[in-house]
Every structure is written in C-alpha cells, then in structure tokens.
Design a protein around this ligand. Structure first.
Ligand SMILES: Cc1cc2nc3c(=O)[nH]c(=O)nc-3n(C[C@H](O)[C@H](O)[C@H](O)COP(=O)(O)OP(=O)(O)OC[C@H]3O[C@@H](n4cnc5c(N)ncnc54)[C@H](O)[C@@H]3O)c2cc1C
Length: 444
C-alpha cells in the first residue's frame, strides 16, 4: 500500500504501527526530485539513514548548477558519513582541502585577514559537476533507488508518502520571503586553469562593484565576480575582474558563465508531504559558503520531521532562524564596507546597516549572541529551538564570528547598537529522538 497525494495523519500512523506489530513491513516511499548537488547529497543521506525506497526523479534536459564549489566544515563529514568517502575518492572531484576564507580590502583599503578554520578541520573545494556525476554513479545501481527521468509539473500526482523537492530555483512569487537586503544578484564566473592549486583558502576580494571569489581546485581556479546587475554592467565586471587575474597571476580561459539570481527563502518550508531544499528552498549568496551547509542541515530536519515525529512548527522555526542568522552574518561584511567608495558599496552598506540595526532593535537572538561572543561568552543555544544542536549560530561557530567581526572592525559599531536588553525568548527542549542525517557524527 502506498499513500498517495495525501498527508499521513495520526490514524494512519497508528494503522502503520499495528501493521508493524503484526510483522507486516510497511516501508514508506520517498521521492527526491532533482540531481543537482543538493538532490545528490539528500539521496545519499536518506539511503544511508532510512530503509525507505526512493524514486529519484530528475529532468535530464535541465542541467544542475555548476557553481557551488566551496563548503563549510560540515560537508566533508557528511560525505564521509553518508557515502564513506575518503580524500583519495575526492581526487575524482578535483577536490582540495579548504583551510579558511581569505579576505582582502573589506572594511578598508589594504585590510587583509583569514577566517581560518580550526586545526584538524577543513572544508572542501570541489568540482560541482564531477560531484553530481560521481554520486549519481555510486547510487544509481542501488536496489532501493528507482531513477526516473521525467519532468515533474504537479507534485500532487507524485506517487510517494513524502517528496523532497530539490528541483532548482522556484518561481519568484508570494510564497517566498525576499531577502533583497543582500546587495548582489548576479555573477560572472571565469575558469582559470593551472597545473596545481597555489593556495588552500577560498579568496574573497572586495572590488568596486561587489566582491570576487577564488576557489582553488586541483586543475583550475574558479574566479567569480558577484555584483548587482541594477547598478553595474557585465562589461564593467569583465573589465574589473582583470585586476584579480593579474594580481593572482591567473590565466583566464574562454570557459565563463554569466548568471543572475534571486535572494529568497520559503515562508513555509516543511510540510508532512513536501519539503523543499537547495535552490528550491532558499538562496542568499555565496559569501562564506553557507548554502550547502544549510542544505545539509535541512536534510536533517526533513529526516526528523518525517521519521522522528519532530513537529513541523519546530522545523519551520529552525529553518527561519538559520536563514536569518546566515543572512545577518553575510550582511556584517557589507556593513563594514570596503576599500571602495562607489554606488555599489553605498547601496550595500546602507542596506546591511539597516538590517543589522533592526536585529538589535528587535533584540533578536543573533544580536544577543553577537554581543555575548564579543564579551568572550559562549553562544547561548537556549534562545534557539531543540533542532539547533551544535555550537554554531547559522553555519559558523563563535570563533568564526570573533575573527570576522574583529577584522571587519565593527566591534564598536555593533556594541553601539546594543541596548543592553536580554533576549528573553527561551525554548523548551523536549527530548525528541533526533538524528542529523549524517551531518554531525557525534549526534548520530
Ligand atoms: C555564483 C554562485 C556561487 C556559489 N558558490 C557556492 C559555494 O561556494 N558554496 C555553497 O555552499 N553554495 C554556493 N552556491 C549555491 C549553490 O550553487 C547552490 O546551493 C546549489 O548549486 C543548488 O543546487 P540544487 O541541487 O538545489 O539545484 P540545481 O543544481 O539547480 O539542480 C536542480 C535539479 O532539479 C532538476 N529539475 C529541475 N526542474 C525539474 C522538474 N520540473 N522535474 C524534475 N527535475 C527537475 C534538474 O534536472 C536538476 O537535476 C553558489 C551559487 C552561485 C549562484
């Protein structure tokens, strides 16, 4: 029996348990839509941590994103936990260990610092397309996976108890919260081939019209210029990025990619039948490489909702909290400004400052915890709900915030916004049996 086109209520769950007691195995059926980086990660994790059968559906005519090649510390652990990958496997992905995020000309001219990762922990730089193909090849022969090439246009017709939608960017409509304080909405990416990686940190370089990432892979460095298409032209970007090629002695190739994007998240992301992840769920921007880490966390929340009876409201709350924290962490950078006094930076600084100030006025948990961090205290996790089990706020830990805030020279500014209120909202922490879908080994 497969329950189709409806949510499973309490009665159905009770019935399923009776079947279980009678020794009849009732396995749920899950559909995962999309085989981009997030769909691949999700399929690997649900295969590993559940016994469900999975229909893995994707439209072969819609290519997955080839960007998204730098990660936080969580992603390599997830690959180890879900797929058993080791560093030698990662050679197939052109991957290199990522030791930190180097920043140049943020806050002021000549300002240089590294958001350095703790000794013994690394993120990854990896070839996104190679990753998607590698995981697809490992998984496609699994007897519990039914790979289906199809275009899903109506989710109510999908034959599954649960559907994880990782189908790329949604229509930019009223179902989304729009995060237009993020000042960039376009990217120009150039592949620069080399014989070996010349550095191990991701580069993030402030430029007059935005900022530039440099992701060092084994055989190439991906240089991406993030900018605002309403303020600057692609021609200006192509011209300005030459400064980065010259400074880092990189040879630009003809392999380039010009793309635009929205900044959004879902008003409601988690329901009993459909949960969204990856670009289908949210996107802010690439600064600090938070997207895949969040997607990993939201896979865990999906697992907890569908397989551990965690209430939907808790998952939706945790989602909104994480998006807000990551957005705030990104905007701290723009609030600090840069070496450049241009229309882009004027716009970016103004939007970011307004947003960050509003968090202090609302006495948001982020503002409260930022001041705790500056005071040398630990992040207070009681202001978050029970699904936030790590010591991180958003995707990064207190030491990351300290490094960024101090080197962006905004300690004093943030303190000046603080009205010495105490964040009084507290969540009770029922002891659900939660499971992090492989993201965090010690919680498994
Ligand atoms: C310039 C740039 C740089 C970035 N850098 C980083 C970074 O360094 N780190 C980071 O964490 N993130 C980064 N990101 C974000 C990252 O690229 C995305 O989070 C990620 O690629 C999203 O992948 P996805 O699997 O959600 O979607 P996609 O890759 O878009 O995959 C969508 C899949 O859905 C399928 N599909 C679509 N429609 C249908 C349909 N109707 N029916 C069936 N199948 C369908 C497609 O065939 C495809 O397989 C960056 C983003 C940008 C724009």
């Amino acid at each position: 029996m497969v329950l189709t086109g409806q949510t499973i209520g309490t009665n159905e769950k009770a019935a399923l348990r009776i079947f279980d007691l009678c020794g009849v195995t009732m396995r749920k059926k899950l559909s995962i839509v999309g085989r981009g980086t997030v769909g691949c990660l999700a399929t690997a994790q649900f295969l590993k941590y559940t016994d469900v059968d999975i229909d893995w559906i994707y439209n072969p005519k819609v290519m997955p994103a080839s960007v998204g090649e730098g990660t936080t510390l969580l992603f390599p652990l997830s690959l180890k936990n879900a797929l058993g990958l080791s560093w030698s496997d990662l050679n197939a992905l052109g991957a290199t260990p990522k030791t930190g995020i180097y920043k140049e000309d943020w806050a002021s001219s000549g300002n240089k610092f590294t958001h350095s990762f703790p000794c013994g922990a690394t993120g990854l730089h990896f070839n996104a397309t190679a990753f998607q193909n590698y995981v697809f090849d490992i998984i496609k022969g699994n007897p519990r996976v039914n790979v289906i090439e199809d275009n899903v246009s109506d989710y109510s017709k999908v034959d599954a108890d649960h559907i994880l939608v990782c189908a790329g960017s949604p229509k930019y409509d009223d179902g989304l919260i729009k995060h237009e304080e993020i000042p960039v909405n376009a990217a120009f990416v150039t592949q620069c081939y080399w014989d070996f990686p010349r550095f191990t940190d991701t580069l993030t370089i402030a430029r007059p019209y935005g900022w530039v990432f440099g992701i060092p892979l084994q055989n190439r460095c991906a240089i991406g210029y993030l900018y605002n298409k309403n303020i600057n032209t692609l021609g200006e970007i192509k011209d300005d990025v030459k400064h980065v090629f010259e400074k880092y002695k990189l040879e630009p190739s003809e392999t380039t990619n010009s793309l635009t994007f929205n900044r959004y998240s879902r008003k409601i992301n988690f329901t009993n039948r459909i949960i969204y992840n990856g670009n289908s769920s949210f996107f802010l921007e690439p600064l600090e490489a938070t997207t895949l880490c969040l997607a990993d966390t939201f896979n865990s929340h999906a697992f907890n909702v569908w397989f551990n009876d965690v209430p939907l409201s808790i998952a939706n709350d945790a989602y909104a909290r994480d998006i807000s924290d990551v957005k705030a962490m990104i905007l701290l950078h723009y609030m600090a400004g840069s070496a450049f006094d241009t229309p882009f930076w004027e716009h970016a600084k103004e939007k970011a400052t307004t947003f960050i100030k509003s968090l202090f006025t609302k006495n948001d948990a982020f503002a409260y915890n930022v001041i705790r961090i500056l005071d040398g205290k630990k992040i207070d996790l009681d202001v978050y709900n029970a699904l936030n089990k790590t010591d991180d706020m958003g995707t990064w830990m207190d030491t990351s915030f300290k490094t960024n805030i101090h080197n962006l020279k905004i300690d004093g500014l943030l303190r000046s916004y603080n009205e010495d209120k105490i964040c009084t909202k507290r969540y009770s922490k029922p002891n659900w049996k939660t499971h992090y879908g492989g993201a965090i080994p010690y919680a498994v």
